[in-house]
Every structure is written in C-alpha cells, then in structure tokens.
Design a protein around this ligand. Structure first.
Ligand SMILES: [Zn+2]
Length: 657
C-alpha cells in the first residue's frame, strides 16, 4: 500500500516524494536540533550543615540505674513487633548493667524509672523520645519507633559497628544516666534504601556462589544468622535506619514502601516491535531494530507516549496505595539512544556537552549534548496527562548516564520524583560531581532521591575507607531537603568496608550533628586503649584509596601499592594495646581479617599479571578456597554474592602486557 502511494507521489509531485524518502531514511547523526534553553540552575546548595567535632553537652535527664535504682521496660501493646523492640531495649540495658531488667505490662508501682515502648498516631515515620518525670517514652509511627529506640540506646553509649555479635558495642556501667534528649519529628530522609545482596535474590547462575562451590541453602542459613547479634534483635541495617519499613508496622503511607520499580519498559520491545517498530530508537545502522533486552525508546513519539500514559494510569489504579509508578528509562545495554530528527529537536543546542558512547558495532565515544531535556520533554508529556487521571500521584524517573545533568530548557513537571544516579568514586575527574547535579535538579522543587552506584568505589577486595565524601555529602543533601538515599552496589564486605558502611548509617540521621572527624573519634573509642592505633588504621586505608584514585588507578594499582605489612603491624600494635579487653580484641580481630583479604588478593593479582595461564588457574583455586572458607565462617565478613561480578581476576584471560 505504501509502495503504491510512493509511486503516485513520484510521478505527480516529485518534490514531496523527496521529502517522503528523507523521512523513511532517517539519519542517525550527532547534531542536536533543539532550540537553546535559558534555564540557569545552581551548582551549589544554598545551605551548609552546621556540624561539630564534639557531641552536644546536655544536662542529665533521668537516672536509670544506680546502686538503689533499676529501670524496667514497659510495653502495653500486644503487637509482636512492638514487644520485640521493647525486649531488645530491655536486653541491652541488662547487658550494660548486669542487672535483672524486667519487661512489664504496666508501669512499676514503686516509682522506679521506666522506659515505655509503644506507637502513636503521628505523621509517617515520626520518632518520639521524651523524658517526663520517671518515664522515658519511646514511640512514634512505624519505623520512627525504631529510630527512637536506636537514638535512646546510642545516647547511652551503645554502638552497632557491623552485623553480628562482635559489631555490637555495649559499655559496662553501674550508673546509667540518660541525658536530656528528645525527639518528635519525621526523618528528613524518608527513603533509606541499601540494596543488600541476599542469597534469594542472586541475579543469575553467573554469580559467585555456585562458582565458588558454595551450597546456597547452607550459605543462606548462615547468612541469616550472621545478620543479628542476638535472635530477635534488629539487624545492623535496621538499627541504623536502612530498609526498616517493616520493623514496626504502620497503616500510614510511607514513601519508603510506596515508590517501587526501577528501569521500566523492559517488556515493551517484545510487545510492540511488530505493531509499532517506530516506537523504538533509531540505531546508528539506520533501522529501529533493538538488539538487547532493555530497549531504547524513540522519546519523541506521541503514540508511544499515549500508550505509556494508558499503561501507567492503569498500573496506578490497580495499586491505589502506591505513591508513584516508574517511568524510568531502560539503560539500553548496547542499543543506542534515538537520534532521529524529531528526538534531536528535543536536544537544546546549548545543553552541556558530554562524552557520548554507543556501539556500531564497536564501542565509540563522541561528543554530543546532554539528553536531559529530551528525557524531561517525554516525562513531562506523560506527567501532564497522568495527573489528570491520578491527581496526587507521582512518576518516578531517573537522572542517569546521558541525562544526569540538570536541564537547560525544561523544568521537570512537579509530579516527577527524580532519582539522581550521579556519583562515582573511581575516577578523579568525576569525584564530587554529584553535588552540582543534585543541587541543580533540587532547585526545581521536585522530590529528589540520591541513588548513586558510588559504593562500587575501587573494585579491589581489600580494606578501603571512602567514607568521608559519602558522609559529608549525605549531610549536605539532608540539610537541603533531599528526601532520600538509595545506595546500589553494596557488596557486604565488612572486613574491608566496615567503617564506610557504618558511616552510611550514621549519615542518615546524625541527630547529634557530628562532623566526619567527630564520627571518627566516636568510632575509635569503641576500641578502648587501641583507639589511637585504630585511627591510624582508618587514615592509612583512606590514603591508600585516595592516592590510588589521584593517579587514575583502579583495583590493580591499589593492590600493587597497598600497605599490607604496615596494616598488619598496626593491628599487631592495636592487639597489644587492648590486652585484657576481650571485646576490643574481638573487634580488632574482625577487622584484621582484612589483612588476609589483601594478602590473598595481592597473590592472585601478581599471578594474573604474570600472564601464566597454569599459574593463574592454581591461584584462582586458592583464592576461591579462601573466599569460600571466610564467607562460610561468617558471611558478614566477606559476602561473596557479588564477587563474581566485580572481580575480573576470577574469570577470563591473564593480563596481557
Ligand atoms: Zn526518535
């Protein structure tokens, strides 16, 4: 039919035919065609957090334990999770004092101090902590009750450094005084996600567990046990406020559980490639055939946009309690973004110039403009009609890769919740770029979540400290109204990254407004007389990281200049200093396993560099034995689930000079 039309056209109106052919043979080219934009967005945040190296000095509030005084914990609720949290508080107080601490159904009649744990009808995730007479109230809504419990226990000196028993620091005291503290607020970070690799969610058979010869059910059981210091207590993550929406149930909608979904449109290509091939991105070879599972869309296509609106409105109506649905673009794998003329008209000619990589068929990097305005034009069009059908509901979008820069022409529709993926710690030229990106996107007033892949850092399984920047940026973002964080690429290697992971947790609330330095001092104090040496440990593994990074180094460069023996000497000194202090010694021994991790990795790396295939096979087997034994002994030390994905030395060829 089309052919007939062409024939008619060609013989009657040759000029139009020329136009038609041009449209049929769209050219994939890197020339933006969009009108220039005039938006000017800030590169910095307006507010700086006011932090201190020292915790605030507060007057004493209530004596909980003394020679003539023993506090109890009261819980009137019959809800199991509330009772469990009350029991957890009771257990910590008993461990701390050696007293028998009771869990009561009603306040004691003798006027003794007590801590009452319950829930309250307050805004979502509000934490309530207050002292009135001889009563301390731990309450709130949902996870807010858990936040209040953590703040109470931390105010008494308890710390949770890493998952499991050795990570829980409970100072022994005979006199326990609670300082005048109070809470009555919802958290600024309403979303606190850490994407923890768990055995059940192993992405494919290609992951490391089968490869390492680890039996998945046995590992899963050990993994569960290693998450807590005592059965019934909250996990390390929940203690700090990550992924804690189920700790105490709430009937109030919480952002943490009502925004779901990541990259969307995964099934669109299979569904629509026959009926609507024009909905997919024009490729460098001139067709719209997408070759990979996660397709690229032609974002300027109005009919596609109508289908998406229909689809997303239907999804929202099917899940009325959800706050938002995803229209996050797929990452496209090796298929290229659309460069049809209509899409290029959405790219302002004055948008920031970026390194633009695509495959045709080899990977090519050229210069093009940021695709943020194009992404926003598409997302705004969906949002305009979506809110007609679903007022008060939102659409989740990513600011990511080629569209991570703030726009220059279009402001985001208010219904867009923006998950900003900027942030990496493996290239000195990109360090800190997330501040400008997040500040720029935040200036429009939309809800912004920081969702970086930054924890990938330098992919060497050795002790590293990259906490400083992460922590300081979290303080800056929280101060300036960013509503959440969502960290991907968390590998669970606590013997290598315990301090960095701990600081992510400390950065979520930081109710005592401590600087990085203040947090370091607080952490080191958990090692008794070895605190000064443990400070040297943190600084040494921080400088190993930053020096490698400054030289554009990666995993190989890090391990080849890694101060293994210096590190080992520090731990030997720390162990001597802590003689007789069994708890500190146990903690030092836990972190000292990182020295072995570094030694084993150094051996493997050296053989990999030698280019000797046979030696490499043997070295790999040795390394696999090491990982298997370490992980099975305590999965919190060296979680191998993600190892196969991040360790090139375990697969492939030896290094070629
Ligand atoms: Zn297009």
């Amino acid at each position: 039919m089309k052919f007939n039309v062409k024939l008619v056209v060609v013989f009657s109106i040759p000029f139009l035919f020329a136009e038609y052919v041009k449209a049929e043979n769209e050219e994939w080219t890197l020339t933006p065609l969009g009108a220039p934009g005039t938006l000017s967005v800030p590169k910095e945040f307006p507010k700086k957090p006011h932090l201190s190296d020292q915790p605030p000095q507060r007057p004493d509030g209530l004596v909980l334990f003394d020679t003539d005084c023993t506090a109890s914990v009261v819980v009137r609720s019959s809800v199991k999770k509330v009772r469990l949290l009350a029991e957890e508080i009771r257990w910590h107080l008993a461990e701390m004092t050696g007293h028998e601490v009771l869990l009561l159904d009603a306040p004691p009649s003798n006027g003794a101090p007590f801590i009452e744990v319950g829930t309250d009808d307050v805004p979502s995730q509000t934490a309530i902590l207050k002292i009135e007479g001889n009563k301390v109230t731990v309450s709130g809504d949902g996870s807010g009750v858990s936040h209040a419990a953590t703040y109470l226990l931390e105010s008494l000196g308890i710390r949770y450094l890493w998952p499991g028993k050795s990570g829980k620091v409970i100072p022994k005291k005979t006199r326990v005084v609670l300082q005048k503290i109070s809470l009555n607020d919802p958290p600024q970070f309403k979303i606190r996600d850490l994407r923890i690799p768990v055995p059940e969610q192993i992405r494919s058979k290609e992951t490391a567990l089968p490869f390492l010869g680890i039996d998945i059910p046995t590992f899963t059981k050990r993994y569960r046990e290693a998450q807590v210091d005592r059965a019934g207590n909250r996990t390390f993550y929940q203690w700090h406020g990550f992924n804690d929406f189920g700790v105490i149930d709430s009937n109030k909608p919480s952002l943490q559980r009502t925004i779901t979904g990541g990259h969307y449109f995964g099934d669109y290509y299979a569904k629509f490639k026959e009926s609507h091939p024009e909905w997919f991105a024009l490729q460098p070879w001139g067709t719209r055939e997408n070759k990979y599972k996660r397709p690229r869309l032609c974002l300027s296509n109005e009919k596609l946009i109508h289908e998406i609106i229909r689809d997303r409105v239907a999804e929202m109506k099917a899940h009325p309690t959800a706050y938002a649905v995803s229209i996050c673009l797929p990452d496209g794998d090796r298929d290229a973004p659309c460069m049809c003329p209509k899409c290029r008209k959405l790219d302002p000619i004055n948008a920031p110039v970026i390194d633009f990589s695509y495959y045709n068929p080899e990977r090519t990097t050229k210069k093009y403009v940021s695709l943020s305005d194009r992404m926003l034009w598409f997302s705004n069009r969906i949002a305009e009609e979506f809110v007609q059908e679903c007022p008060d509901k939102k659409l989740k979008v990513f600011a990511y890769a080629d569209y991570v820069n703030p726009p220059v022409r279009l402001r985001p529709h208010p219904a867009l919740i923006i998950f900003n993926v900027e942030g990496e710690l493996n290239n000195p030229e990109t360090i800190g770029r997330e501040v400008a990106s997040v500040a720029g996107w935040n200036s429009f007033g939309n809800e912004i979540i920081w969702r970086p892949n930054i924890l990938m850092a330098l992919k060497a399984p050795v002790p590293q400290n990259f906490a400083r920047q992460l922590y300081e940026e979290m303080q800056l973002f929280r101060e300036n109204g960013i509503i959440g964080v969502c960290f991907d690429c968390f590998n669970g290697e606590f013997i290598n990254h315990a301090f960095t992971f701990y600081m992510l947790g400390r950065g979520l609330f930081n109710r005592d407004r401590l600087t990085y330095e203040g947090q370091v001092q607080d952490w080191c104090a958990c090692f008794g007389k070895a605190s000064g040496t443990m400070r040297e440990y943190l600084d040494l593994i921080e400088s190993a990281f930053t020096q490698t990074l400054a030289k554009h180094g990666g995993a190989t460069e890090l391990i080849e200049s890694y101060p293994i023996e210096k590190l080992d000497k520090l731990f030997a000194r720390a162990a001597t200093e802590a003689t007789g202090d069994t708890d500190s010694l146990e903690r030092i021994a836990f972190l000292r396993k990182g020295v072995t991790a570094a030694r084993e990795f150094a051996k493997l790396n050296a053989v990999w560099r030698s280019g000797d295939w046979h030696a490499l096979f043997r070295a790999r087997d040795d390394y696999k034995d090491y990982v298997r034994q370490t992980a099975m002994e305590n999965p919190a030390t060296f979680n191998p689930i993600e190892l196969g994905m991040s360790c090139p030395y375990l697969r492939g060829r030896p290094f070629k000079k």
